[in-house]
Design a protein. Structure first.
Length: 62
């Protein structure tokens, strides 16, 4: 990929894809929710897609 193509991708607003299983493991999401996300989004998805499709949000104590 050339520098010009990289710049065009950066300007287009394309978001990097994350591994769904790794994201769930780091975020402490249960296995059932992880399976649901894998079926819904596939193996890779953007951070925004993951956050908008999580049903069980864990509350963090302050």
């Amino acid at each position: 990929m050339t520098a010009k193509e990289v710049k065009l991708i950066a300007l287009s607003g394309a978001q990097p894809l994350l591994d769904v299983a790794e994201y769930c493991r780091r975020a402490g999401i249960c296995e059932a929710e992880e399976r649901r996300l894998l079926l819904l989004l596939g193996r890779q998805a953007s951070c925004h897609e993951l956050q908008m499709n999580i049903v069980e949000r864990r509350m963090r104590a302050r």
